[in-house]
Ligand binder design. Structure first.
Ligand code: FES
Ligand SMILES: [Fe+2]
Length: 535
C-alpha cells in the first residue's frame, strides 16, 4: 500500500503547531502545513457482492479540492480535514467489505457440497490461506481506526484555529492596547505577551436587560405533565410575568399574568371552561388573551398580550420575540432506546448565561461535585473537549460524556455509566449503559433562571415504577445543583462588582466560550451565527 499525501499550508497568523498525531510542519512566516491522509490503492467494489448499497459509496478522492502547495485559509483547511473524514468512512467500508467477502469464502470452503469433491488437505490449505487474509484484513481495520482518530483530531484542531481567529477578529482594539512599551522589562513583556495571546471575552458588570434578538427563538417553558386541565403555571420569561393554562380544546396558551382591569395577577384566580378568571372582579380570558367574560358590566373589546404557544414531545414552548416564529420547533428527545425517568423544574437566583457556562463545563466536576456524582474521581492530567461534528457539540476527554449546547439555552449530555455515580470506559459508545440529561435554562428575569431538567436512562426501565423514585431523583439533582449554585452565586456577585467571569479561558473551557461567542453574535444582530450547522 502506498500512501500519497496532499500537502497544504495554512495562512493563519498563528504560530501554533501540535506535534503529536498531526502531521504538520511549520511553514514560512508561521504558516501551517497540513497533510491529508487521503491516498492508497483502489477499493474492492469490483468484487461485487450482495451488500451493494452499504458499500456503493463514491471514492471521495476524485472530489478532493487541489490545494497541494497552496496557502489555505482556515475554512479551506477545514475542507481538507472534512475530506479526510469522508475518505476514512469510505476506507472503513472497504475494510468491512474485505472481511465480509473473506467470511463468505470461508463459508464456501466449508460447504458440505464442496467437501465432497475436495480432499481434506486442499480444504486445510484453502482455510489457512483465508485465515491469513482475514488476519491481514483485521490489521487493516486497526490501521483505519488509527487513521479515523487522527482525522478527527485534525478536524477538532482546525475548528480550534477557526475559533481562535474569531476571537482575534472580535477585539483588535483590546489586543492593540496590550502592546508592550519599549521600556518594559523582560518579565512584564512576557506577561503582556501572554495576556495579549489570551482569548478576549468580557462578561462583567451588572446583569444587563436582555437584547431583543435573544427572544427570537422557541423556548421550552414547562413540562406537559405539569400543566393539567384546569391548572395554571405562572412563569417569568425575559423579565415579564406570564401564565400558562389549557384552553377548552386542551391546547396550551400563554398570556400576560396581569389583568387588563387593575393589574391583578391572574394566576391567583382559576381556570373555568378553558378561560383564566381574574380573582378580583372575575374577568375571564381565553388562551389568545381575549377577554370573553366581564361580569357585572358591559363586555368591552379587551385583550391582554399572549405569546405563540405550542406543545411538542412533552414540553410547552413559547416564542417571546417580535419576529415571526420559526416554522419548526426543535426536538429535545433523548436518543432512541431511552426512557424518561424524571422531569424537574427549579427556579434559581442566577442569570441564565452563568448557569449555562456552568453546565457546559465538566472540568470542575472532581473539585466541585465531591459529595455527589464525581465522588472519588481522580483529577486527570489533561481535560479536553473535542468537537469533531459541529462547533457546539462534542465529547469530553478523558470522560465518557458527550455534550451539546443547543441554542438558545439548552444543554444535552449523554453519560456512559455502569451504575449511578460511576464512570465507565473511555467513550460513551464503549459504555453499556447511559444516562441522558436535558437542561433548559430559561431566562426568567435578569438574575433568575427557570431550569427544566429531564433525565432519561437506556437501562433499568423498572426504576420508573418504583414508588417515590421521582423524589429520589429530585433530591439527587438538587444536591448536585447546590454544589454548583453556591459557586455560581459567588461568581455572579463578583461579576456585578466588575470581575470578568471569562477572564482567563483555557482549552477545557471551549464549549462555554463558544456559547458566549454564539450569544454575542445573536445579541449584536449578526446575520450569520458562528457554529451554525446549516452554514
Ligand atoms: S383586576 Fe382583574 S377583574 Fe379587576
Ligand atoms: Fe457542576
Amino acid at each position: 500500500m502506498t500512501a500519497f499525501a496532499t500537502a497544504a499550508a495554512l495562512s493563519l497568523p498563528i504560530s501554533l503547531c501540535r506535534s503529536s498525531k498531526l502531521s504538520c510542519k511549520k511553514g514560512v512566516r508561521g504558516g501551517f502545513r497540513v497533510f491529508a491522509v487521503l491516498g492508497e490503492e483502489g477499493g474492492l467494489l469490483d468484487k461485487k457482492n450482495t451488500w451493494g448499497p452499504l458499500f456503493d459509496v463514491e471514492d471521495p478522492r476524485s472530489k478532493m479540492p487541489k490545494f497541494k502547495g497552496k496557502f489555505l485559509d482556515a475554512y479551506q483547511a477545514l475542507e481538507v480535514a472534512r475530506y479526510d473524514i469522508q475518505y476514512c468512512d469510505w476506507r472503513a467500508r472497504q475494510d468491512l467489505l474485505t472481511i465480509m467477502i473473506l467470511h463468505e469464502k470461508v463459508v464456501e470452503v466449508l460447504n458440505p457440497l464442496a467437501r465432497e469433491y475436495k480432499s481434506i488437505g486442499t480444504m486445510k490449505k484453502e482455510l489457512a490461506e483465508l485465515q491469513d487474509e482475514l488476519s491481514q484484513a483485521h490489521r487493516q481495520v486497526h490501521i483505519s481506526e488509527a487513521r479515523v482518530s487522527t482525522a478527527l483530531d485534525k478536524l477538532a484542531y482546525m475548528e480550534e484555529l477557526v475559533n481562535d481567529r474569531l476571537f482575534q477578529d472580535r477585539s483588535p482594539a483590546e489586543s492593540d492596547q496590550a502592546s508592550p512599551s519599549p521600556s518594559s522589562s523582560t518579565q512584564s513583556l512576557d506577561a503582556v505577551k501572554n495576556k495579549s495571546s489570551r482569548k478576549n471575552l468580557k462578561v462583567s458588570g451588572p446583569v444587563q436587560p436582555y437584547q431583543p434578538h435573544l427572544k427570537n427563538f422557541w423556548y421550552p417553558v414547562a413540562f406537559s405533565t405539569d400543566l393539567k386541565d384546569g391548572t395554571m403555571i405562572p412563569i417569568d420569561c425575559f423579565e415579564e410575568p406570564w401564565v400558562l393554562f389549557r384552553g377548552k380544546d386542551g391546547k396550551p396558551g400563554c398570556v400576560q399574568n396581569t389583568c387588563a382591569h387593575r393589574a391583578c395577577p391572574l394566576h391567583l384566580g382559576s381556570v373555568n371552561e378553558g378561560r383564566i378568571q381574574c380573582p378580583y372582579h372575575g374577568w375571564e380570558y381565553s388562551t389568545d388573551g381575549k377577554c370573553e367574560k366581564m361580569p357585572s358590566t358591559l363586555l368591552l373589546n379587551v385583550k391582554i398580550k399572549s405569546l405563540p404557544c405550542f406543545e411538542q414531545e412533552g414540553m410547552i414552548w413559547v416564542w417571546p420575540g417580535s419576529d415571526p416564529p420559526a416554522a419548526t420547533l426543535p426536538s429535545l428527545q433523548p436518543p432512541p432506546g431511552f426512557q424518561v425517568h424524571a422531569e424537574i423544574v427549579m427556579e434559581l437566583p442566577v442569570e441564565h448565561g452563568l448557569l449555562l457556562d456552568n453546565l457546559l463545563d465538566l472540568a470542575h466536576a472532581p473539585f466541585t461535585h465531591t459529595s455527589t456524582f464525581a465522588k472519588g474521581w481522580s483529577v486527570p492530567s489533561l481535560v479536553k473537549f473535542l468537537t469533531p461534528a459541529s462547533g457546539l457539540q462534542g465529547y469530553w476527554d478523558p470522560y465518557p460524556i458527550d455534550m451539546e449546547f443547543r441554542p438558545p439555552c439548552m444543554v444535552l449530555s449523554t453519560i456512559g455509566i455502569s451504575k449511578p455515580g460511576k464512570l465507565e470506559g473511555q467513550s460513551t459508545s464503549e459504555c453499556a449503559t447511559h444516562l441522558h440529561q436535558l437542561h433548559v435554562c430559561l431566562p426568567s428575569s435578569r438574575q433568575k433562571t427557570r431550569l427544566l431538567y429531564r433525565m432519561s436512562l437506556d437501562f433499568a426501565p423498572v426504576l420508573k415504577h418504583v414508588p417515590f423514585m421521582h423524589y429520589l431523583w429530585k433530591h439527587f439533582a438538587e444536591q448536585v445543583l447546590n454544589e454548583d449554585l453556591r459557586l455560581v452565586l459567588g461568581q455572579q456577585e463578583r461579576m456585578i462588582n466588575g470581575a470578568n467571569v471569562w477572564n482567563w479561558p483555557v482549552s477545557y473551557d471551549k464549549l462555554g466560550v463558544r456559547y458566549r461567542l454564539w450569544r454575542d453574535a445573536v445579541e449584536n444582530g449578526a446575520k450569520q451565527l458562528p457554529f451554525d450547522k446549516s452554514t
